[in-house]
Design a protein around this ligand. Sequence first.
Ligand SMILES: *[C@@H]1O[C@H](CO)[C@@H](O)[C@H](O)[C@H]1NC(C)=O
Ligand SMILES: *[C@@H]1O[C@H](CO)[C@@H](O)[C@H](O)[C@H]1NC(C)=O
Ligand SMILES: *[C@@H]1O[C@H](CO)[C@@H](O)[C@H](O)[C@H]1NC(C)=O
Ligand SMILES: *[C@@H]1O[C@H](CO)[C@@H](O)[C@H](O)[C@H]1NC(C)=O
Ligand SMILES: *[C@@H]1O[C@H](CO)[C@@H](O)[C@H](O)[C@H]1NC(C)=O
Ligand SMILES: *[C@@H]1O[C@H](CO)[C@@H](O)[C@H](O)[C@H]1NC(C)=O
Length: 403
Amino acid sequence: MKRLFLQVVLTVFLFSLVLTSSDSLRVDSPWEVGFVDGENVSLPCNFTLDDDSGPIDLRKLEVEWINGPTILTYKNGKIETSSSYKGRLMMNEQNLRNGDATLILNNVTEMDVLTCIVTYSGEMRRDTIHLYPKLFVHCPEFIVASPGEESNFTCNFSSGSHGVQIFIDSPAFSIEWEKDSNKHLIARFSKVQEQYMDGVSMSMSEIHPRTFSLAFQSVNPDDYGNYTCKVYYPHYIQGSAVTALYKGHVMVKSTKTVEVTPGDDSNFIYTFSLDTQEGSPSIDNSLLSIEFHKDSNNNLFYLFQNGEEQVLDEKIKISRNPNKDSFILTLKDVELHHRGTYTCTIRYPNHKEGSASTILLVRKSLSSVHITNPVVLDMIVNFFLLFSLLLKQVNRYTHKHPH
Ligand SMILES: *[C@@H]1O[C@H](CO)[C@@H](O)[C@H](O)[C@H]1NC(C)=O
Ligand SMILES: *[C@@H]1O[C@H](CO)[C@@H](O)[C@H](O)[C@H]1NC(C)=O
Ligand SMILES: *[C@@H]1O[C@H](CO)[C@@H](O)[C@H](O)[C@H]1NC(C)=O
Ligand SMILES: *[C@@H]1O[C@H](CO)[C@@H](O)[C@H](O)[C@H]1NC(C)=O
Ligand SMILES: *[C@@H]1O[C@H](CO)[C@@H](O)[C@H](O)[C@H]1NC(C)=O
Ligand SMILES: *[C@@H]1O[C@H](CO)[C@@H](O)[C@H](O)[C@H]1NC(C)=O
């Protein structure tokens, strides 16, 4: 009896020694991947060898993807796919050299469980991916409400797949709301349990399926900010959306186009104000932020922040008017390459940012226009032609009738 026990222990010990001693291969895939009906998904599978194993030798490598039955194999340098997945599977052989056995699956329509199996020099490792439909949450980009007012975010969710039904009465269905980036949970809703911070409540619409609201009984100054809404359901990839509660808007106005000739100065005139249901509050300079960009290249060249301005281009001059609600930005000694679209974005706490764009046109000066004008050129050429013809006639006449 004792001997048998020792034998078992020894066998287990030796077996585990064999397993751990050749632990140089690692295979790594994400736990879950989301899909939308009819779209293509990428199923990542990375494998790595010990640092001292050298580069990957494809002759020693075998890869297999299974979802129950085998759907794809890579062996002896050849990729073979199952006939039931004809034309729907793709794996890049070149990427295998870099330890990447990612599978692309086209036209996905149902959830699945797929396993990536990698064998290298006889050693085998695997990792499994759950292919779940994606959930999408749709919320308004932002809402506006004054302090003391009653307000709400009305959002809805949708599924990336028609294959699976969602029952909101299920205990596993839940909606969560977080405020700002501190991930502070302010509401959690499910049919079995609801939790709210003071002054907020949630409801599902009776009329519109998959529509719900987060309501503020009376908006508090602390309530302004960004909100993230997350929807959870088992065997679905969580959906989320970001929205915001603002007190008002920043209004920015500017001239649409400015036209100058090279060497001139161009003036961009901006006026701005805060627009709320209670009127236009005065602006606190220390809270104001103004950014000035050219085109879409995000090339910032004027910044006003924390009450200080930063001019990032020596050709720029700024003058702000005394009541501080407008300013003139001057671009000195304009050159042809300065033409483009200039955008000014103004931000103020608890207000939806505003922006305005001006197109700068740079035209060559008038004196140079005359010479290059094709009509003028044409006239000059025609005149010379006529003149030479006339000269010829005069010449002929004087030859025929010498004095
Ligand atoms: C696989 O490797 C790539 C690059 O080497 C990396 O970007 C990716 O996050 C990795 N994926 C997993 C699931 O480890
Ligand atoms: C999926 O991939 C196939 C082949 O690579 C391509 O023809 C098709 O347009 C892709 N479909 C989508 C929805 O991206
Ligand atoms: C995608 O799959 C569905 C269902 O399997 C099929 O009806 C449809 O024709 C496929 N679409 C393409 C582009 O292969
Ligand atoms: C879902 O919400 C978005 C954003 O509020 C809205 O534009 C869309 O019309 C809503 N869709 C449905 C089906 O209610
Ligand atoms: C949400 O607000 C809108 C308008 O602001 C209102 O019509 C609607 O009744 C409100 N819904 C809820 C559930 O409070
Ligand atoms: C809200 O989000 C915007 C854009 O991501 C960010 O600029 C702003 O600082 C955020 N506001 C708060 C109060 O976190």
